[in-house]
Design a protein around this ligand. Structure first.
Ligand code: 3PG
Length: 224
């Protein structure tokens, strides 16, 4: 029982998160990397990016990706304030992700029909998000907070909640996460590491992205 149904705009974004399965978490120090990285993500088969608002290049990187790749699900991560939500959306962000749960930020997003996935680590935070109208949250940092075991324990009680674990996820442990019915997608940076971006190794990134996309396909097809 969710408090109320998601708006069509929010639901469409959540459906794309679910369909893509793994959302690359990106730290860009230089906006010139946004286009080649976007290309690697699109061609590798994970047409999404959570561009973290940790660097001065984040806003411009979102703008470039959103313009160059209109079919890509580009959003902002590490969003900590309403002011950052406004900047991110203006730059073209289609969703907002945060490492933590701030009711003011979440309420602003809900009131303005902006898809938001706040970070939560406890049942209380998840209930706080649900009571603002959300039925999808991030679980962060997933591995340090008890990982899949904790997600199973919490969702035994919060039966309608969908979760995006992020933090400590990799090509090995993501398989078990994705098999859980309460997990709509996983977030992670393992395929888009900063050293590879800095070195301009976009072919290597594309290969890692393709590997991750193949994991999603295999899990969904019941092959692993
Ligand atoms: C982050 O905020 O950096 C994300 O949670 C990614 O975590 P990871 O680097 O462990 O994938």
């Amino acid at each position: 029982m969710s408090a109320k149904a998601n708006t069509p705009k929010v639901q469409a974004v959540l459906d794309r998160f679910t369909q893509i399965g793994i959302i690359p978490v990106v730290v860009l120090n230089d906006a010139k990397d946004a286009e080649p990285l976007g290309k690697a993500l699109m061609e590798g088969g994970l047409p999404a990016a959570e561009v973290t608002f940790r660097t001065d290049a984040a806003e411009e990187s979102i703008r470039i990706m959103a313009e160059k790749f209109p079919d890509m699900l580009v959003g902002a991560g590490t969003v900590l304030s309403v002011e950052q939500v406004e900047r991110a959306v203006k730059a073209g962000a289609k969703f907002i992700v945060s490492p933590g749960f701030d009711p003011v930020v979440v309420k602003y997003c809900v009131d303005n029909d902006i898809p938001v996935c706040p970070g939560t680590a406890t049942a209380s935070e998840m209930i706080g998000a649900m009571n603002l109208g959300l039925d999808h949250v991030k679980f962060f940092p997933a591995e340090l907070n008890g990982g899949l075991k904790k997600i199973k324990a919490i969702t035994a009680a919060l039966v309608n909640l969908k979760i995006m674990p992020t933090g400590g996820i990799n090509a090995e442990n993501v398989v078990d996460y994705l098999k859980n019915d309460h997990i709509f997608c996983a977030g992670g940076s393992w395929m888009v590491k900063g050293d590879l971006i800095k070195a301009g190794k976009f072919d290597e990134i594309k290969a890692k992205v393709a590997e991750a996309a193949e994991i999603v396909r295999k899990v969904r097809a019941g092959e692993i």
